[in-house]
Design a protein around this ligand. Structure first.
Ligand code: PGA
Length: 250
């Protein structure tokens, strides 16, 4: 079974030397698992040096975030074209930690279309902060999806990768239950199809939140997902290699 694994290093590690070491282990893991498509998202400042040194084809690069404007007075930001120029093929958009810093649905909407326009694959993150019995989280996720796809031409809908990452399961002890993910994957597809048409059937949906080498397989087999976004375990070379080879064996 072919799966996608996004290695989101977040703001780690502290030095390029360590980043290079982690990248070498990540690359080896990717090369050993033919049916796993690894997407590495290092801190922007390390990106170019890692990507230009990589000649293989087993792994691709993503920016952790990029601005929707093509250039200008945006101190501290990077643009989609700068990310592409640094050899990224995708960009994470609307990660919960970015949303926590003030990013809104309107920003993610603009970023998704800006990424597609420049030829980057948007990796659009959605997920509620909390859950209650009344099921309000479905409405919350629906709004994030509707906004994220609002300006996407129908033909390009299947190019967007969705990551469902409930905020309460990020940096937690364990991921959400795979059966609950299955339910959410059905909801996500249905939401996009109802609103934006059949292209939604072909969406790739990933899960993110406390995935490691011990639970990745269960989530892929029972969660109705095409892959995983991995935070902490992606910066631990041993854990990440074990995770990728577990998926490679499926
Ligand atoms: P985590 O992060 O794997 O460290 O929980 C996941 C995420 O950011 O979605």
């Amino acid at each position: 079974m072919k799966s996608i694994v996004v290695a989101n290093w977040k703001m780690n590690p502290a030095t390029f030397k360590e980043a290079k070491k982690l990248f070498d282990a990540t690359r080896k893991a990717a090369e050993g698992a033919k049916n796993v498509a690894v997407i590495v998202a290092p801190p922007a400042i390390f990106l170019r040096e890692l990507s230009v040194g990589y000649k293989g084809k087993r792994l691709t690069f993503a920016a952790q975030n990029a601005h929707f404007e093509s250039g200008g007075a945006f101190t501290g930001e990077i643009s989609m074209s700068e990310a592409r120029d640094a050899k990224c093929s995708s960009v994470i958009i609307g990660h919960a930690e970015r949303r926590g810093m003030g990013e809104e649905n309107d920003d993610t909407r603009r970023k998704v279309v800006a990424a597609l326009t420049i030829g980057l694959t948007p990796v659009l993150c959605v997920g509620e902060r909390t859950r209650s019995q009344s099921g309000e989280h479905f409405e919350f996720v629906r709004e994030q999806l509707v906004a994220g796809f609002a300006d996407v031409p129908p033909a390009k809908i299947p190019r967007v990768i969705i990551v469902y990452e409930p905020v309460w399961a990020i940096g937690a002890e364990r991921p959400m239950n795979a059966r609950d993910m299955h339910e959410m994957a059905i909801f996500i597809r249905k939401t996009v199809v109802d609103r934006y048409g059949q292209g939604g059937m072909n969406l790739k949906i990933l899960y993110g939140g406390s995935i490691d080498e011990s639970n990745a397989e269960d989530m892929i087999q029972n969660g109705d997902v095409n892959g995983l976004l991995v935070g902490r375990a992606s910066t631990d070379a041993e854990k990440f290699s074990a995770l990728v080879s577990a998926l490679g064996a499926l």
